[in-house]
Design a protein around this ligand. Structure first.
Ligand SMILES: Cc1ncc(COP(=O)(O)O)c(C=O)c1O
Length: 308
């Protein structure tokens, strides 16, 4: 595998979730939660694993500045700002929209971590590319999702196999696709990952295949067998738009596990697991890991705080 810097010492824990399992119709011992909300860096989350490989690539190429972007509440932007601070690098963020009167959630952390922030109302990819060219930094790909970034989840799959030997299925949110793709590449089987779609990208399936094949090749492994499972039942009104099912899933998870999910990613992923069990698409007997990919700062965003 490629070089990696370390933001998380050792494996993230997996925790048995019997009370939640009972509430959603699974047998005791069938449901585990992989705590990738504890990956280190400010607020944790899945982006830290991708950044371990991306930052190693940036440093190997001699860069001292990371440039990336996303929505105003981007977890990826915040994690990149934290990675840069940890490594003594600069960070420039291009966020979509216009600056709010009162920062909230991830935006507070971006500023606290010392990132410079630029706002764009145009196509974000163009603004990020222009900022990278102007400043001479390393462009961290959207969502951290490139074959190199997805290596973080090839590694996570190896951790999971050791932690949960009878693992049958991992359930995750699928956004920019690197997490789902890396897991499939690491487990060697698309059928072992149930991705709950939270973004509208028309080419999400192709992205998944491209990323998984690319990161399997970098890791020296065969491409995963089968075809991606993409559960589109929880997208609702679109990316970032909360759904009733996600809010109910967040509340149930909080009250049966003490863990907090978010309305943009993990809440929809848990709603997908619950819905899949209810409809019979998922097997309540199969040992299942729900990947907690973080996102806690989003709960405190101005847009979502009134929901609680
Ligand atoms: C909290 C959280 N969960 C899940 C995801 C989705 O991961 P990916 O972009 O690798 O599909 C993201 C991506 O932004 C995220 O911030």
């Amino acid at each position: 595998m490629d070089a990696r810097v370390e933001f998380t010492a050792g494996a993230t824990p997996v925790q048995r979730a019997d009370r939640l399992a009972a509430a959603i119709g699974m047998r005791p011992g069938a449901l585990w939660i992989k705590r990738d909300d504890l990956t280190g860096l400010a607020g944790g989350g899945n982006k830290a694993r991708k950044l371990e490989y991306l930052c190693a690539a940036a440093r190997a190429a001699g860069h001292t500045l990371l440039v990336t972007g996303g929505g105003p509440q981007s977890n990826h932007a915040r994690a990149t700002a934290a990675a840069a601070a940890y490594l003594g690098m600069g960070c420039h963020l291009v966020l979509t929209g216009s600056p709010p009167a009162q920062p909230s959630g991830n935006l507070i952390l971006d500023r606290l971590l010392g990132a410079t922030v630029e706002w764009t109302t145009g196509p974000p990819e163009e603004a990020i590319a222009a900022a990278t060219a102007a400043r001479g930094g390393y462009l961290v790909p959207f969502g951290g999702s490139s074959p190199t970034g997805a290596l973080g989840y090839v590694r996570a799959a190896d951790e999971l196999r050791a932690q949960v030997p009878d693992l049958r299925l991992v359930v995750t949110a699928t956004g920019s696709a690197g997490t789902h793709a890396g897991l499939a590449a690491g487990l060697g089987d698309w059928g072992a990952v149930h991705g709950v779609r939270v973004t509208e990208f028309g080419d999400l399936r192709e992205r998944l295949v491209r990323l998984a094949e690319g990161s399997a090749a970098l890791a020296g492994r065969p491409a995963p067998t089968g075809a991606p499972t993409l559960d589109g039942s929880q997208l609702g009104g679109g990316y970032g738009v909360p759904t009733r099912a996600a809010l109910a899933a967040i509340e149930l998870t909080a009250r049966t596990t003490g863990l907090v999910l978010d309305p943009v990613y993990t809440g929809k992923a848990m709603a997908g697991l619950i819905d899949g069990l209810r409809s019979g698409a998922l097997d309540p007997e199969a040992t299942t890991v729900f990947l907690h990919t973080g996102g806690l700062p989003g709960v405190f965003a101005e847009r979502y705080a009134p929901l609680w």
